[in-house]
Structure formats: structure tokens, C-alpha cells
Design a protein around this ligand. Structure first.
Ligand code: 5GP
Length: 188
């Protein structure tokens, strides 16, 4: 990568847009991208590993981290807290790597204000029906959580106008390659 300083690449998407699988593909295609591991108060889902998917912490610990100004941004997403540790980003940038931040829209807006050079990408599903289907197929949320996430997804979709790029996840590889082109454009 011909990038001496490293940039922030923000990727947001409503729950169920398939963001996780697109990012997994993206990291396979471009393993040198530095994935920012967030801190959250949400409970781990089956198969999620502490320090890999997220750093899972208590609400008390999260509040302590806020007080210690440990976050570049943080937000409340349907009742749980999520935040990007400053140390994580500093490490990526220090080593000249682009940092990939998979975060929701409130956090993304905080970063866009603080770091205007950040590249922001919004992934959308082909349509709302597909989004609901994907969210249900995952089967990790209760009906109540699912409803909250669907409502939040509708609100979040309206936020796409604030992003530099919108990518439709009609096909995982195609979407990942489109994102890669966006990232590479900035590397030149
Ligand atoms: P999930 O519970 O499905 O893993 O994540 C819920 C939402 O929180 C997703 O939109 C995800 O991108 C977002 N998220 C994950 N980490 C962070 C973070 O560090 N900051 C913010 N603002 N959002 C995050």
C-alpha cells in the first residue's frame, strides 16, 4: 500500500444489510487493512470472541472509559453502547495502515466532524424486504430486538445522504470489490 499515513475508512449500514459478510470479504481481499475492534456493552453472540469481534465490557467499565476519554467516538445503539478506542486507531495510523471502522451512523457523524479526511461508505441492502429476511435468517435476536433493529434500520437508511459513497449489497463479492476500488482511488 502506497500510503504513508493511513486514513480512516468508515463503513456503516443498517442491521441486516450484510455489512459483516462484505467486510469479511473485504479483509480477505485486502488483509493489510487495519480493522478497528470496538468496545461494546452488548452480550457476545454465539461464536463471537472477546478481542476479535469486540471487546465486551460491562456498562460500568464503558462509563469509566468514556470518563477517561478513551474513545474517538461512541454511541448508544438500541440500548447498548458501542465505541471506537482511540488507541486502536492510533496504532493503525502509526503503522501507516488504513483503519476500517465498522460503526453506526451517530458515531460516523462524530468522526466525519472530527476527521474530515475520513472516507465514508454506506452499504444498503437491495430492498427492505431483503433486509428483514437477512435479519431473521441470522436468528440471533429476540422478536422485540428484531423489531427495534428494523425500525432503527429504516431511520438509518435516511442517513445515507451524509456519506461519501453508497454501495448496494446485491452480491457480496461485487460490493466488496466496489469498496476496494473506492479505497484504492484514495491511495493514488
Ligand atoms: P451489532 O450489535 O450488530 O454487532 O452492532 C450494532 C451496530 O453498532 C452496528 O451498526 C455496528 O456497525 C455498530 N457499531 C459497532 N461498533 C461500533 C463502534 O465502535 N461505534 C459505533 N458508533 N457503532 C458501532
Amino acid at each position: 500500500m502506497s500510503n504513508p499515513t493511513g486514513r480512516l475508512i468508515i463503513i456503516s449500514a443498517p442491521s441486516g444489510a450484510g455489512k459483516g459478510t462484505v467486510i469479511k470479504k473485504l479483509l480477505e481481499l485486502r488483509p493489510e487493512l487495519c480493522y478497528s475492534i470496538s468496545v461494546t456493552t452488548r452480550k457476545p453472540r454465539a461464536g463471537e470472541i472477546h478481542g476479535e469481534s469486540y471487546y465486551f465490557v460491562s456498562h460500568e467499565r464503558f462509563q469509566e472509559l468514556i470518563k477517561a476519554e478513551a474513545f474517538l467516538e461512541y454511541a448508544d445503539f438500541v440500548g447498548e453502547y458501542y465505541g471506537t478506542p482511540k488507541s486502536m486507531i492510533d496504532d493503525c495510523i502509526y503503522y501507516g495502515k488504513d483503519a476500517l471502522l465498522e460503526i453506526e451512523v451517530q458515531g460516523a457523524e462524530q468522526i466525519m466532524k472530527k476527521k474530515p479526511d475520513a472516507v465514508s461508505i454506506f452499504i444498503i441492502p437491495p430492498d427492505m424486504k431483503e433486509l428483514e429476511r437477512r435479519l431473521r435468517a441470522r436468528g440471533t435476536e429476540s422478536e422485540e430486538q428484531l423489531k427495534a433493529r428494523l425500525e432503527r434500520a429504516e431511520q438509518e437508511l435516511e442517513e445515507k445522504v451524509h456519506y461519501d459513497y453508497v454501495v448496494v449489497n446485491d452480491d457480496i463479492t461485487r460490493a466488496a470489490e466496489e469498496i476496494l476500488k473506492i479505497i484504492e482511488k484514495g491511495d493514488q
